[in-house]
Design a protein around this ligand. Structure first.
Ligand code: UD1
Ligand code: CA
Length: 490
């Protein structure tokens, strides 16, 4: 099959009225990508010139197509007068190709191999057009293939024009076809907009070619799912489901355990190493890369995350643009984001948020903390409730903590601030100045203890509630005495 004899024409100008959306149909996402991107990716390896007919939100469609299939040419169809009209518009940029493989921009499940087989079948069959058809249990909405007694095709009849006998035909038009262009163009000029939508239907060329005695063939797709379109939200959801199932099957084949797979959503570019276990209701998004022997526990969402081998993400974590070193354990309920890095063996526990921070090996931050714009040295312990106050209302400031530091619970570190190696921070401190190595930083109010105060207060309240009863204890001026006995302790 010589690629230079072919041009691939992707029809992607339509609005998608049935989606009831401000977004053009082919820009809707399924399987983690815009619908038209899947089509462009499937067409690219065929090696033929690609022409994409764009219309609604043309600039956005063009940008996606050009990045997915470099060298593709886009041509503007304005206004959109039907699939036949789209082909006439494409003609201007088709060049010298003998055959056109037409692919709808809204059928993203089609595989490269399937497109190649239509091209081969067309060259082998010597027909004016070779249609890829499919057998569907529910053919409603698709054009039906009307065959002749010899098995060749007489016509494609659109849903709205079906007779009662034709309505039960379950062989449908995929809108993927290979045309011999010298046969197509004359037929296309004869097509009239005699239909409900007043459009020029590419499908009407089939009956015309047949009437002229041309041979029209239809090849049934081995996998009917590949031709599913995205005309409605329900179809879009179905197509997404198929993509997700394909991706999971691929990963399971490569040695990944996925529990209750239908509950797990994985984007197309995600990679996962062997013997990793993905628990139910997990989402792995973007360019997430997961090593071998990891465990991603239920309810966690990872996006653009990089996990080395042996990492455990416990239940209900959100991990965005974060690197987790070998053997790290995080969560449950951790939120790690925006360029955070945990070196091997660092631990982040429950209700800890870490943003744009580096936690060196052996750092522990186990409970209820916010660490933002911070660097934390090896084996430092971050106590419960530690907060880096990184924002001064104008800009973000850094907190730098050295090695083997002990940060007491409920510490506020007001950035920019530095804590040297081996230092101690007393619990409850608000640290506003640098703490040198091996020093103690303490910054909190002194405690005072008032002996008997609580008992007296209760008695007073009881008396106020029952004014007739004489109170046993009358308030004595205990304050001075108590103050004397207050332990001088900070
Ligand atoms: C079309 C076929 C139908 C087939 C079905 C398969 C026609 C008349 N009908 O119906 O036989 O079963 O696909 O999915 O072709 N487009 C343009 N310009 C236009 C109109 C459409 O580029 O003026 C593009 C759309 O963006 C879409 C594709 O062509 O990607 C198909 O158009 P759509 O309106 O979805 O056709 P269907 O009604 O699905
Ligand atoms: Ca369609």
């Amino acid at each position: 099959m010589a690629a230079k004899d072919f041009v691939i024409v992707v029809l992607a100008a339509g609005k998608g009225t049935r989606l009831k959306s401000a977004l053009a149909k082919v820009l809707h996402r399924a399987g983690g990508r815009p619908v038209v991107e899947h089509v462009a990716r499937a067409a690219k390896p065929l090696g033929a010139k690609i022409v994409v007919v764009v219309g609604h939100q043309a600039d956005d469609v063009r940008a996606i197509v050009e990045s997915a299939a470099a060298g593709a040419a886009c041509v503007l169809q304005e206004p959109q007068r039907g699939t036949g009209h789209a082909m006439l518009v494409a003609r201007k940029v088709i060049g010298r190709a003998k055959y056109a493989l037409v692919v709808p921009g809204d059928a993203p499940l089609v595989r490269t191999e399937t497109l190649a087989s239509v091209m081969r079948a067309h060259q082998k069959g010597g027909a004016a057009v070779t249609i890829l058809s499919a057998l569907l249990h529910e053919p409603a909405g698709y054009g039906r293939i009307v065959r002749k007694h010899d098995g060749t095709v007489a016509a494609i009849v659109e849903e709205k024009a079906l007779t009662d006998e034709q309505r039960i035909i379950n062989e449908v038009n995929s809108s993927i076809y290979c045309f011999t262009l010298e046969k197509l163009w004359p037929a296309l000029t004869k097509v009239r907009p005699d239909n409900y939508h007043r459009e020029l239907y590419l499908t009407d060329t089939i009956a015309l070619l047949n009437q002229q005695g041309e041979r029209v063939l239809a090849e049934v797709a081995p996998d009917a799912q590949e031709i599913l379109g995205c005309n409605t939200r329900a179809e879009l959801a179905e197509v997404d489901r198929v993509f997700r199932a394909r991706k999971r099957a691929e990963l399971m084949d490569a040695g990944v355990t996925i529990q209750m797979p239908e509950t797990v959503l994985i984007d197309p570019e995600v990679t996962i190493g062997a013997d990793t276990v993905i628990e139910p209701a997990v989402q792995l998004l973007g360019r997430t890369r997961i090593g071998a022997n990891c465990t991603i526990r239920t309810g966690s969402v990872l996006s653009d995350a990089m996990l080395e081998d042996g990492v455990t993400v416990r239940q209900h974590c959100v991990v965005y643009a974060t690197k987790l070193g070998k053997g790290c354990v995080v969560g449950p309920f951790a939120h790690l984001r925006d360029g955070t890095e945990l070196k091997p063996g660092a631990r982040v526990g429950n209700y800890v948020e870490v943003k744009k921070s580096v936690l060196e090996e052996g750092v522990k931050a186990m409970h209820l903390s916010y660490l933002g714009d911070a660097t934390i040295g090896r084996e430092t312990n971050v106590g419960a409730g530690t907060i880096t106050c990184n924002y001064d209302g104008v800009r973000k400031n850094r907190t730098t903590i050295g090695r083997r530091v002990f940060v007491g619970s409920d510490t506020a570190l007001v950035a920019p601030v530095k804590v040297g190696d081996g230092a101690y921070i007393a619990a409850g401190s608000t640290i506003t100045e640098d703490v040198p190595s091996n020093a103690l930083g303490i910054a909190r109010g002194r405690q005072s203890v008032k002996l008997g105060w609580a008992a007296q207060r209760r008695a007073e309240m009881a008396a106020a509630a029952n004014p007739r009863k004489k109170s046993k204890s009358r308030r004595k001026p205990v304050r001075k005495k108590a103050a004397k006995r207050t332990k001088k302790r900070r």
